[in-house]
Design a protein around this ligand. Structure first.
Ligand code: PMP
Length: 397
């Protein structure tokens, strides 16, 4: 069939890393690889009750039926309140429920990118965003936002292809864990104005702040400048995956109404709507539990982050550097030049039974060979300390 595939298929590549990570099921392996929530922390009882209600006599006809593409209205209402809480004023027509925020990234690629258009992304950036956008055959250009200098810059496109959007996670990015400060966010908005491009703000980890003061989302800052969400070029992607459950695949996107209307059309064409019963369950659990559940997650993950940072300070040889995230799930490690993250992974799996993700995959141009991503969300503190001790051992070897 190969000769029948569309040209975009040639850009999709299977990852060798996934092959290596298949070994993860083996006993004794410590994994800092997957950027996944700890399943022991899922609000499972609350979900059991929510699904039981949804399947009860009052709701089952709705729960098991087709529903509107925009999403379950009570959930969208709840999200209006949630967005207000983080500084964004919108109404339910500014919100579309998606099947995870990953689907929003795919739709945004589909909506904005013609082959050859430019997408500005961080170097490194979230691999899933690169893969989602890549299907629409763009070129990627490097976006750098430096809060200290109050500067947002990009590498000038050689061929002058239109720049359609800048994509970034401003809070605790995947893979680096880094946060863009207020000046950086304002500078990014200035750059987007100058380029007349959209801003895609990925808020997947936004609720998981462990210390420091929250910084308003880019969308809130733009709204403060322009008065109404209808004048905003920022599109905000949110997710329940990191706070309630990734398996239910419920996320959302917030934008000016004309953009949301376009995305509703895309959703109608792609999957009609996200699972009705899952949206109903997420609504009930968000309404009843979010407020208490998320602080518990923050306390638990903060302790794991601290354990990893302390262990890195204790066990890393000279010449190794790492980020100190204020939230999220990741620490990004830069190894001395010449140490290759993928080789290190192969060796770590074989000799000390340790897994992590080599950083190169997060760069559109395959630079960054001497980087690795560590996730602290899915291991307890003792396991984290032991895993980092093993990392030190394999690096010294
Ligand atoms: N954005 C970022 C930065 C992520 O790390 C992830 C999940 N790993 C997603 C989006 C997608 O998450 P979901 O589709 O589960 O909402």
């Amino acid at each position: 069939m190969d000769q029948l595939y569309a040209t975009r298929a040639s850009r999709m590549k299977a990852s060798e890393i996934r092959e290596l990570l298949k070994l993860l099921g083996e006993p004794g392996i410590i994994s800092f690889a997957g950027g996944i929530p700890d399943p022991n922390l899922f609000p499972a009882e609350a979900f059991a009750e929510a699904f039981q209600n949804a399947l009860g006599p009052d709701q089952q006809a709705q729960a098991l039926q087709y529903s509107v593409s925009e999403g379950y209205a009570p959930l969208r209402h709840w999200l209006v309140g949630y967005m207000r809480g983080i500084g964004v004023e919108c109404d339910i027509d500014n919100i579309l429920i998606t099947s995870g925020s990953q689907q929003a990234l795919d739709y945004l690629g589909k909506l904005f990118l013609s082959p050859g258009d430019t997408a500005l992304v961080g170097w490194p950036t979230y691999l899933g965003a690169l893969n989602a956008f890549d299907a629409y055959e763009p070129r990627f250009d490097q976006l750098s936002v430096n809060g200290n200098r109050g500067a947002a810059e990009y590498r000038e496109a050689a061929d002058g292809s239109p720049i359609k959007f800048a994509y970034l996670s401003a809070d605790f990015a995947n893979p680096t864990g880094e946060t863009v400060d207020l000046r950086g966010r304002e500078a990014l908005l200035d750059l987007a104005e100058e380029l007349d491009c959209a801003v895609i703000e990925d808020g997947a980890y936004q609720a998981l702040r462990y210390d420091g003061d929250p910084i308003p989302p880019i969308m809130a800052l733009e709204q403060a400048r322009k008065g109404s969400i209808e004048n905003c070029r920022t599109i905000y992607c949110g997710s329940f995956s990191k706070t309630l459950s990734p398996g239910l695949r419920v996320g959302w996107v917030v934008g000016a109404k004309p953009v949301i209307s376009q995305m509703v059309l895309l959703k109608q064409a792609a999957d009609l709507h996200s699972s009705t019963i899952n949206q109903m369950a997420v609504y009930q659990v968000a309404r009843d539990c979010f407020e208490n559940h998320v602080p518990m997650l923050r306390r638990t993950y903060a302790a794991r982050r601290d354990a990893m940072l302390e262990a890195l300070a204790q066990h890393m040889p000279d010449g190794v550097e790492w980020t100190r995230p204020e939230g999220g799930m990741f620490i990004w490690v830069t190894l001395p030049k010449g140490v290759n993250g993928a080789d290190l992974l192969a060796r770590a799996l074989e000799t000390v039974k340790l897994a992590f993700v080599p950083g190169q995959a997060f760069f559109p141009d395959d630079t960054g060979a001497n980087t690795i991503r560590l996730s602290f969300s899915n291991s307890d503190e003792d396991t984290i300390r032991e895993g980092i001790r093993r990392l030190g051992e394999v690096l010294r070897a």
